[in-house]
Design a protein around this ligand. Sequence first.
Ligand code: HXC
Length: 510
Amino acid sequence: MNDIIAELEKRRENARLGGGQKRIDAQHQRGKLTARERIELLLDENSFEELDMYVEHRCTDFGMEKNKISGDGVVTGWGTVNGRVIYVFAKDFTVFGGSLSEEHAKKITKIQDMALRNRAPIIGLFDAGGARIQEGVAALGGYGEVFQRNVLSSGVIPQISVIMGPCAGGDVYSPAMTDFIFMVKDTSYMFVTGPDVVKTVTNEEVTAEELGGASVHTVKSSIADKGYENDVEAMLQMRRLMDFLPGNNMSDVPVLPTKDCPDRVETSLDSLVPENPNQPYDMHELITKVVDEGDFFEIQEKFAGNIICGFGRVEGQTVGIVANQPMVLAGVLDSDASRKAGRFVRFCDCFNIPLVTFVDVPGFLPGTAQEYGGLIKHGAKLLFAYAEATVPKITVITRKAYGGAYDVMSSKHIRGDMNYAWPTAEIAVMGAKGAVEIIHRKDLDDPEKIAEHTKNYEDRFCSPFVAAERGYIDEVILPRNTRRRISRALNMLKNKQVENPWKKHDNIPL
Ligand code: HXC
């Protein structure tokens, strides 16, 4: 028996070494951890149960039959994060550059199937060179199997991807179909075709970082939701994220104990909105003063800063927060902001996360660049997402809610459950200046008359009361009581039940 146990230990030891100490050292020298070290950080201590560590590839081309390594370039299994089950796969760059073979793909799809069957989140850690070149179409087929499962799991269990090294070719499309993508700064990059192919095809000279580093994907392309300084930070932040997310689309959001009183009054919010309607203020201040203990997990903070999206908690329960940011482009809605928030709203709706929307929006951004870029279609994405959402929707208008953007931002008309306004709210078709210049065009040469018209318009429309008179605003609230109001509304809406008409799926303007 002792011999058998010793043999098992030897096999395990051998598998855990992956591509060998030399390659592990090279990984460390690049500032990267190994696949197993990453998993250790991600999961609760001693909770990881690895599966399929003895799997080897079956390729017999190019002398590969003499080159086999246990595990075949990916570490898979399950464990817990703060006690909740998650499934994980981590590409092992020390084994054939983490490249995907037929057997490697089978390991991933086995974990995907288990995660879906058992309705628990799945996290993929990427650090790989794409399809295993020696395996040809068998590798391509393997990718297809992974992609299919990504799609079937979408909206059923949360799927998260973390890019922690190279991620090219077939490896990019699986993350692209998951809910969130995170990257590690300077050591990771994502692209469909690398710098060499780019040079050959387009004659462009570009580095890997310039083509697909975190600095590109978190700022320009919006492919990635956030970049972290190093592997350790990335894994610890994934633990934090998992605490916000439900296990699946049928389970409730997790409730974390909090000492933060739901009735907490924030008098400082009474003076958050400046006297001058054109002066910006930081919407983050409102968000962090409303959520439990100021804990806000922001998504895509470096992209389309004119809208803020992220997770917080109220009375321990996760909420998705969407807020116009007057500090960036005056909080206007443009194509990027609409796409960013539309996707976030849909994620929350998939997973029963109530939506809290803070509104200070001067409208949609005018101009040829926006119109030629498809503003109508992109703006419609956010409108569509809010209108189809059946989760509890609470809206607070702090200042401007002008034009179509008023309708879009979770208004009463698209099934906002509780629509509040601060006394500083201005709900109108447009701002006073623009409105007066159109409806009193004939008086434009008379500054006195224009001033009078402007004052009249402001008195009538630049307040929340015209909307409140119609019931479009349920109540005008004191800013200091915003947290209390939201918390009470969330409790009131706990058993909300709304069903959309049966359909195969909708046809959101893509
Ligand atoms: C087999 C691979 C491999 C691959 C890397 N390796 N990529 N083996 N198939 N795709 C192996 C290398 O041979 C090497 O083995 C080890 O992994 C480390 O690779 P290096 O090149 O030494 O490392 P580095 O200099 O860091 O470069 C990493 C890299 C580069 C940028 C990822 O290896 C690379 O460009 N690889 C090829 C990328 C690629 O074109 N993949 C195919 C994409 S097409 P040894 O034994 O020397 O340590 C694709 C189609 C799918 O994926 C489409 C589905 C929709």
